[in-house]
Ligand binder design. Structure first.
Ligand code: AMP
Ligand code: MN
Ligand code: MN
Ligand code: MN
Length: 292
């Protein structure tokens, strides 16, 4: 059984529709896929119809932008009730922060002599609930300023580069609590990826588990083999669920093909058991895993 628990559609910064993600997952020989767009559940309905049609198990999820000690941290949330008002409010605040940042990024780029307007970026984010820097990158590619998204980040968009602008993100601990209250299960995405965060080592993860964290994404392209081994050992020590996934973004991210990393069936089973418990404890009707 092949399980990929982290993918993006064009409801955020992926390049395929939710339906196309599901069809591509089938094509890639996956049995289970989670759709985890940034800060939104917008793609769930379309992905559900597609999963039922092609006979794939779909786990509805999202990847929520958070911060811990001033560093960005991405939190995967599986099966939360997106209509739980405090969660809906928190996601709306994050999306607002995304919107508000866009004119400022464009102004920074114009100061560098690049003739880009917010409307140009919005055109590259049609259908997306969560607009982000990858859409700026796509705009720069279409203008011939850079060759691909990676070059756009390296030259302009990542921290320390001239067009970078911070945006609002809620505290990780608060979001872990909110996800649990919404009946979902929180898993830290690529904890040792791009922004290596000392707060996400053994002690920090132990504290976050107390708050309600259930797992860590170990097998991710941003983790080197030695990091994976070390993180896996910490997860075992803390009895955290271990996941693995592609972080698929369609053509928006190289070397993140569907199924390039996978989650072990026993880990998914445990994750779903914990989700059931979380839903019961929250007393909420949480979304169901789509089982054709
Ligand atoms: P944002 O959501 O606007 O903060 O942009 C972050 C997104 O951009 C991530 O979810 C990745 O998909 C992508 N990303 C981040 N860093 C890079 C990079 N160095 N090169 C290419 N894509 C990146
Ligand atoms: Mn992304
Ligand atoms: Mn991420
Ligand atoms: Mn992701």
């Amino acid at each position: 059984m092949r399980i990929d628990l982290h993918t993006h559609s064009d409801r955020s910064d992926g390049t395929s529709s939710p339906r196309e993600v599901v069809l591509a997952a089938r094509e890639a020989g996956l049995d289970v896929v989670a759709l985890t767009d940034h800060d939104t559940a917008e793609g769930w309905a379309e992905a559900t119809l597609a999963a039922e049609a092609v006979g794939l198990v779909l786990v509805p999820g999202m990847e929520i932008s958070c911060q811990l000690g001033g560093h960005g941290v991405h939190l995967l949330a599986y099966l939360p009730d997106p209509s739980y008002q405090p969660l809906a409010d928190a996601l709306a605040a994050i999306l607002l922060g995304r919107d508000e940042r866009m004119p400022r990024i464009c102004a920074n780029l114009r100061a560098l002599g690049i003739d880009i307007e917010e409307a140009d970026v919005v055109r590259h984010a049609v259908g997306a609930a969560a607009i982000g820097r990858p859409h700026v990158a796509d705009t720069l590619v279409s203008m011939g300023v850079v060759g691909d998204r990676t070059e756009a980040f390296d030259r302009y968009l990542k921290p320390g580069r001239p067009a970078y602008v911070r945006r609002y993100a809620p505290a990780l601990e608060e979001m872990i609590t909110l996800v649990r209250e919404a009946g979902g299960v929180p898993v830290i995405a690529h904890p040792w990826g791009r922004s290596d965060n000392a707060a996400l080592r053994l002690e920090g993860l132990a504290a976050l588990k107390e708050t309600g964290l259930v797992g860590v994404e170990v097998d991710h392209q941003d983790h080197a083999p030695a990091q994976r081994a070390e993180l896996r050992a910490i997860a075992a020590e803390l009895d955290l669920v271990v996941t693995g996934s592609s972080d698929f973004h369609g053509t928006g991210k190289n070397d993140h093909e569907l199924g390039c990393n996978t989650t072990a069936p026993d880990q998914l089973e445990r994750l779903l058991e914990l989700a059931e418990e979380a839903g019961r404890a929250a007393g909420r009707r949480t979304p169901a895993v789509v089982r054709p």
